[in-house]
Ligand binder design. Structure first.
Ligand code: COI
Length: 371
């Protein structure tokens, strides 16, 4: 069996023996996040002479790696995260795969990696999800989290753009990212560390950005907080992101609420959920704005009641309310510290589209062609 895409053909070699249904059901009942994987993976190679080649969907399993493989030393790698959802009618659809394919190419360009054609990105997803359709959960808050990634696979210790690159797609049946679900998080405003600086890799989805965040995340935990909030690297004043997620602030309430999210300055990750919520916010009649918000404005807005809600958004956790903020100098509660009405309305509106329970007016859902 093979499937053609522009310039790249994935050969499909299914597992000879599949997991018994009862074992699969046991795993799907309590999958956690990103700790169990479906039965297949897609993999493709690239080199400077041949371009993309040797694409295959095959049983999931370890990748043997020479210790001199470039990515292990210099971290030339990018990844994506998106989800396949079981629809109300039993079919399977993936949320905005073209948007992730596009960002994957942009991230690759920034990391001097080759661009994978969008058609190959989507084809790999279609083939893998079709083969592992039984691994797409049916529980409302569960989904099949898709993790495409690409890394420098040349065996060479000189620092240079790798002459050999590997693309892999794996899939993980997953529940909520945060075990506590939509419980509001308390955030620590990091003034000692920066996630990204102008000209850096902040707007690319590359593992190094996450590796560099871990110490600040540990500091947040030491200060009794769940997550770290990143400020701009120059003035340590402008709010950028929370952990690996974008942030939104809600001013006012009810139909008159105004949503503000930090603008994409080049140091923020252009989140697909962020982009979707900007559109959805407008659809729901809110005023939406990409702008700058300082720590002082955040604190003052909470003190005078004009800033009513804050939430983080991303593929993995969808929308996570932010209940309180803390820095070395101050701490304050956002609204009443509970999930806000606007945040939860946006969350349900998005989740309903993702599950096929509301009209997909923006044509975000990509139906996976099942056999
Ligand atoms: C997301 O919010 O989807 C993320 O990017 C988090 C991921 C690194 C687990």
């Amino acid at each position: 069996m093979s499937a053609a895409t522009v310039g790249l053909t994935f050969n499909v070699t299914p597992a000879v023996k599949r997991a018994p249904a009862d074992e699969r059901e046991r795993i799907l009942a309590n999958p956690g996040f990103g700790r169990v994987f479906s039965e297949h993976m897609a993999i493709a190679s690239w080199d400077r002479a041949r371009g993309w080649h040797d694409a295959i969907v095959r049983p999931y399993g370890p990748i043997a790696m020479d210790p001199g493989t470039s990515v292990l030393h210099y971290a030339q790698a990018v990844f994506e995260g998106l989800k396949a959802y079981r629809q109300k009618d039993g079919r399977i659809a993936v949320f905005r795969p073209e948007a992730n394919a596009n960002r994957f190419r942009r991230s690759a360009r920034r990391l001097a990696l080759p661009e994978l054609p969008d058609s190959a990105f989507v084809e790999a997803i279609d083939l893998l999800v079709r083969l592992d359709a039984d691994w797409v959960p049916t529980e409302p808050e569960h989904s099949l989290y898709l993790r495409p990634f690409m890394y420098a696979s040349e065996v060479n210790l000189t620092v240079h753009p790798s002459d050999a690159v590997t693309f892999v797609l794996i899939a993980s049946p997953s529940a909520s990212y945060f075990p506590s679900g939509v419980k509001p998080v308390t955030v620590w405003l990091s003034e000692d560390f920066s996630r990204a600086a102008p000209g850096g890799t902040g707007d690319a989805k590359t593992g190094g950005n996450y590796a560099g965040s871990l110490l600040a995340q540990a500091q947040a935990a030491e200060n009794g907080c769940d997550q770290v909030v990143w400020l701009d690297a120059i003035e340590h004043r402008w709010v950028e992101e929370m952990g690996g997620m974008n942030l939104f602030f809600v001013f006012g309430s009810g139909a008159k609420a105004r949503l503000v999210t930090p603008e994409l300055t080049g140091t923020l990750l252009p989140g697909v959920t962020r982009d979707s919520l900007l559109m959805l916010g407008k659809d729901l009649g809110y005023e939406v704005e990409e702008g700058r918000i300082s720590v002082e404005q955040w604190q003052a807005g909470c003190a005078d009641g004009s800033l009513t809600e804050a939430f983080a958004c991303g593929t993995a956790a969808v929308i996570t309310p932010v209940g309180a903020a803390k820095s070395a100098r101050a701490s304050w509660v956002i609204g009443d510290g509970k999930p806000g009405a606007v945040s939860m309305r946006l969350r349900s509106a998005l989740v309903d589209i993702q599950r096929g329970a509301a009209p997909d007016v923006h044509r975000w859902m990509h139906a996976v062609p099942l056999a």
